[in-house]
Design a protein around this ligand. Structure first.
Ligand code: UN1
Length: 513
């Protein structure tokens, strides 16, 4: 159901003004002092352009990287638990201004207030995790083969980390990287998506405030404003020790080799094409809710969005009917309106891609069971609202193997469980997957054989907690961010041999002078 109430342009302006000013940034001077700007700031809610920002230039990027490097020289000397206080303070500021920052995310990414607040909550959570991590940057100690020797492993700050992030999680993904990088002693230069620059400016301003309050160098966190060309400067700059990039597989295919060419380190978080298997023993009420949130939530624009439903043929009809019925009750419209669950697609390109994929699906034997069409086109001709689609497919055809960043759920059937898992695995991407089952052996078998970086049981593919490592395999890029051992990507590892024997025995029994 389409919810026709759209905000007036002034309401959007107000959300932006309040959001930025809570972060200590004056919107009017940001736009007016920089009226020569060329980078449009737009909201997908109405499609309106809020103004133009001046972009960075190759010179200003180079200066910012130099400043980040100078900040690194100081920052690396600060004890890690003391570094932790900056992220702790950032977390507190984020808690204080959660709603206002979420407002910016709503304006630029079109997320509902609940999902936008959830995104800021991820930032707060990672700050807490990183604070604890700052006292746990531990290495191993090992027995040496030589008498009077000891081996150990130590971890050291790496350098300047470049972060490239996408519009759909305009602030959380940055914070996963940044909170950890900072406690690891690194400094960060961030190139956010040009579609969500204001959220980035706000989030980063709060971090710089936290740094200043704690007497840390403010240049430990810098934002670059610009489009892809500006991001490429980070990719190719030898001063960027680690490049952490979130985006499409196409982007990663370009970025990975370019960073490798200069022997830089990269952490890639690319596309997903996530599936859920629903077995006959599943609790269908639970599966239904899990599927609908994962497939239609965030208007299908999460990298963890559920795109493929692999359902046992005994329950396929019942479950599909219930999903279609649930989809019909979803309220679509401006995320600023009460009760809306599905906001807009990011832009016209996203909408066109969705239409093309639906056409391809039909051409490949698919049957659109519901949704797919545009709504609110008259009320908001510059905005792209769609009804989430459910498409029954005769099998895993080429279009199903692609990630379309829009709410399309392809439904396929299985009869043999292992064949179902094979379908799950038979796509190039490997981010997230899920099984709904009450059969313990099936659940374990799924965990053992699903080839994705995240594999869930009785819960959807999206909405991961930050405590776990986040990332995927195959074309998803192999990077791991946020929890468990992900911090190690942001540090330089050294193996140290310490000799307290007073002799100099060589390893492997080699004799020399
Ligand atoms: C993304 O879409 O890039 O697991 C990240 C989730 C969120 C993060 C998604 N915690 O859906």
């Amino acid at each position: 159901t389409a919810q026709t109430q759209l905000p007036r342009p002034e309401e959007i302006q107000e959300l932006v003004r309040t959001g930025l000013s809570a972060c200590g940034v004056d919107f009017d001077s940001l736009l007016s002092a920089e009226s020569s700007g060329t980078l449009p700031v737009r909201s997908p809610i109405t499609g309106q352009t809020l103004g133009h920002l001046p972009g960075d230039t190759p010179d200003s990027v180079s200066r910012k990287i130099a400043a980040a490097q100078a900040a690194f020289e100081q920052w690396r000397e600060v004890p890690a638990p003391v570094r932790g206080r900056v992220v702790q303070r950032w977390g507190r500021l984020l808690t204080e201004h959660k709603e206002e920052l979420a407002g910016l995310v709503t304006v630029e990414a079109g997320k509902t207030p609940s999902e936008a607040a959830g995104e800021v909550q991820e930032m707060i959570d990672i700050c807490e995790l990183a604070l604890g991590q700052s006292r746990q940057l531990y290495g191993k100690t090992l027995p040496s083969e030589r008498p009077g020797h000891r081996l150990m492993e130590t971890w050291h700050p790496l350098g300047v980390v470049g972060v490239i992030s996408a519009f759909n999680f305009p602030v959380a993904v940055y914070s996963w990287n940044t909170a950890l990088a900072l406690v690891c002693g690194d400094t960060v230069v961030w190139k956010p998506s040009e579609l969500s620059t204001l959220s980035a400016i706000g989030a980063s301003a709060l971090l710089r405030r936290a740094a200043e309050e704690q007497g840390a160098p403010a240049d430990l966190a810098t934002v670059l404003v610009g489009d892809r060309g500006i991001g490429e400067l980070l990719v190719d700059d030898p001063r960027i020790a680690l490049l952490s990039a979130t985006g499409s597989v196409r982007m990663g295919r370009e970025v990975g080799p370019r960073v490798a060419q200069r022997f830089g380190r990269s952490l890639l978080e690319l596309g997903g094409n996530n599936a859920a298997i629903v077995a006959p023993s599943a609790d269908l009420d639970l599966a239904l809710r899990g599927v609908v949130f994962a497939a239609a939530g965030t208007a299908g624009q999460r990298c963890t969005t559920l795109r493929r439903l692999i359902v046992h043929s005994d329950i396929a009809e019942e479950l599909t009917e219930r999903i279609v019925a649930a989809y019909r009750t979803l309220s679509i419209g401006s995320p600023t309106a009460e009760g809306v669950l599905v906001g807009p697609l990011i832009n016209e390109a996203g909408f066109r891609k969705m239409q093309e994929s639906l056409e391809a699906a039909v051409a490949q034997g698919g049957e659109v069971l519901c949704g797919g069409g545009r709504v609110l086109a008259e009320a908001a001709p510059e905005a792209y609202y769609v009804e989430p689609a459910v498409v029954r497919m005769p099998g895993q055809t080429p279009i199903v193997e692609e990630e379309t960043f829009a709410p399309i759920l392809y439904v396929m059937e299985y009869t043999d469980f292992d064949a179902g898992v094979e379908l799950n695995n038979a796509v190039p991407q490997g981010l997230s997957s899920a099984v709904f089952t009450s059969d313990l052996a099936e659940a374990e078998r799924f965990i053992a054989t699903s080839d994705t970086g995240i594999a869930n049981v009785n819960i959807g593919t999206s909405g991961a907690e930050i405590g776990g490592a986040f990332g995927g395999n195959k074309e998803t890029g192999g990077g791991r961010e946020s929890g468990t051992d992900s911090w190690q990507a942001y540090m330089r590892q050294a193996t140290n041999t310490i000799n307290y024997s007073g002799e100099l025995p060589l390893a492997q029994g080699v004799e020399f002078i």
